[in-house]
Design a protein around this ligand. Structure first.
Ligand SMILES: Cc1cc2nc3c(=O)[nH]c(=O)nc-3n(C[C@H](O)[C@H](O)[C@H](O)COP(=O)(O)OP(=O)(O)OC[C@H]3O[C@@H](n4cnc5c(N)ncnc54)[C@H](O)[C@@H]3O)c2cc1C
Length: 490
């Protein structure tokens, strides 16, 4: 039976790494899909900007795991190998800048994929001043997480990562390296981070490495998914905000934009659980206890930073975390920072996209880079400005040529993240870097279900349906929620 122009099987709100792949998977499976995105591009928080001949990420992103990820699976299923190239550089593309307890900076270069090479282990040992016995403890830690069954990993949903790690007795430096990594991957305090998520992603890093990029910009995979939707009988509507999810007879039946109503048998929202329930649908359409749970969900932290376009190769690695033993963040350390008590080195992540894809810059040898610090998700918080100011000082000290070689730089923080991607509907939220926090009580069985109590309405992205770090979690959700929606549509 032919459908009227604005009637679809599925309407998807938002083309982030949750929404765009979900829409493409459903379109490829023969569903007629309308994908509606309020910004001009697909990719959500990892969309790629194009300015004055330079391409760079709006908010910075690299993929974890580097190889063997669900992105490989997606490219295969959609058959988009001709337009998506996944980049994992060989050689020492990762670095660490660690400020040792004596105040000296130590530098370590390593490949993005762990090789198990004795020389790499020796470098790690030197960087963190670890003894042979310390390295044995580290080996015990990794062996024990690698030997766990999936069920054993998921049984850690209610255990905090810090509590899981501490009994291994690692020395401060090696512990700092793991905990700083956890902060950077999940953007939540390490005491509350669910150990199941931490262990899952550390295992992915051991087997698949950390640091995949997409040729042309990280957002390219999402753009390719949006194109698939349009090519396979659906539509991708850019620069169009969904104002309302339409409910009729106790069921979600479509979405309304300023100029159009799109009717669909199922509506899937990538706009975030709180904006979806409290704003796009309206709390009156849900049971009061569900609304109370949604209102009480904890957001992840935000990230503030600076995008740099540089006229020289200032940074010598694609990824560089910068930290001391005071930099990793639990709830207490973060609260101290919010109150104005900062560590000697705020935890900084430096991503240099042009080290993955030299084609991103207008002039060979130039760089596009991004420095990132961890701050409150509250768009009104003053923390972001202070964090960026402090990070800038540390980075200028480490890379003295940075300011001199800056063609231009663009600051950002929770205000911009919220404006671009996620409406602030609960006090203190909106600027989440990830989505709802992957903390104990909000992952696995305790994570919101992708099915909502409103028939016909589903959630996709980092708020429901997936596990893993950042975009990989959103994509895991896309696969899982596509199955749920297919079952619903029959
Ligand atoms: C600075 C920063 C650095 C990061 N670094 C990394 C990294 O290195 N690696 C990594 O994997 N992850 C990283 N992340 C996290 C990652 O970006 C997110 O986890 C992931 O992109 C979230 O995907 P999502 O699909 O759940 O949501 P989003 O990306 O937020 O997508 C939601 C989409 O819905 C759209 N939308 C919302 N409301 C509406 C509406 N009413 N109508 C129409 N469209 C709407 C938004 O515009 C957006 O496109 C980083 C995030 C930030 C902010």
């Amino acid at each position: 039976m032919s459908q009227a122009e604005d009637e679809y099987d599925v309407a998807v709100v938002g083309a982030g790494y949750g929404g765009a792949p979900l829409a493409a998977l459903l379109a490829s499976a023969g569903r007629r899909v309308a994908l509606v995105e309020k910004t001009p591009r697909a990719g959500g928080k990892t969309q790629t900007l194009d300015r004055r001949g330079y391409r760079y990420e709006m908010f910075g992103a690299v993929g974890i795991p580097a190889v063997g990820s669900r992105v490989d699976e997606l490219v295969e299923i959609l058959g988009i190998q001709d337009r998506v190239r996944l980049l994992v550089p060989d050689g020492p593309a990762a670095a660490i800048r660690y400020r040792a307890p004596d105040g000296a900076w130590r530098v370590q270069h390593s490949p993005l994929r762990q090789t198990g090479d004795p020389e790499d282990l020796a470098t790690l040992q030197r960087t963190f001043g670890a003894t042979d016995a310390d390295m044995d403890l580290l080996g015990t830690f990794y062996l024990s997480i690698l030997s766990m069954s999936e069920d054993e990993v998921f049984a850690l949903d209610d255990t905090g990562m810090l509590a899981f790690l501490r009994p291994f007795g690692l020395p401060a430096g090696l512990e700092s390296q793991i905990l700083a990594t956890m902060n950077m991957l999940f953007v939540v305090p390490v005491d509350l981070l669910a150990a199941s998520e931490g262990v899952l992603v550390l295992r992915q890093i051991v087997t698949g490495g950390a640091g995949r990029f997409h040729a042309g910009g990280y957002g390219q995979v999402a753009e390719a998914c949006a194109a698939v939707v349009a090519e396979r009988g659906g539509t991708f509507v850019r620069s169009t905000r969904v104002e309302e999810i339409v409910v009729e007879g106790g069921r979600a039946v479509g979405v309304r934009t300023s100029g159009r109503t799109i009717r669909a048998r199922a509506v899937v929202s990538n706009a975030g659980i709180q904006p979806t329930v409290l704003k796009l649908v309206g709390a009156q359409h849900f049971p009061a206890d569900y609304v109370a749970v949604v209102e009480g969900l904890e957001p992840s932290w935000s990230i503030a930073g600076l995008r740099y376009v540089l006229d020289d190769r200032v940074f010598d690695a694609a990824l560089t975390p910068v930290f001391s033993d005071q930099s990793w963040l639990d709830s207490q350390r973060f609260a101290a920072m919010e109150a104005g008590d900062w560590p000697d080195v705020p935890l900084i992540a430096v991503d240099v996209a042009s080290e993955f894809d030299p084609g991103l810059v207008a002039v060979p040898g130039h760089q596009v880079a991004n420095i990132q610090v961890f701050v409150s998700p509250d768009p009104a918080s003053p923390m972001a400005d202070e964090a960026v100011r402090r990070a800038r000082e540390v980075v200028a000290d480490l890379w003295p040529g940075l300011e001199r070689h800056t063609l231009w730089s663009e600051p950002y923080g929770p205000r911009q993240i919220s404006r671009m991607t996620r409406d602030a509907t609960v006090p203190g939220s909106g600027g989440e870097a990830v989505g709802i926090a992957q903390v104990v009580g909000q992952v696995g069985r305790s994570k919101p279900d992708a099915r909502t109590p409103l028939p016909g309405l589903f959630l996709v992205g980092c708020d429901a349906g997936g596990r893993g770090a950042g975009t990989h979690q959103a994509l895991d959700s896309a696969f899982n929620v596509a199955d749920v929606v297919q079952a619903e549509l029959g």
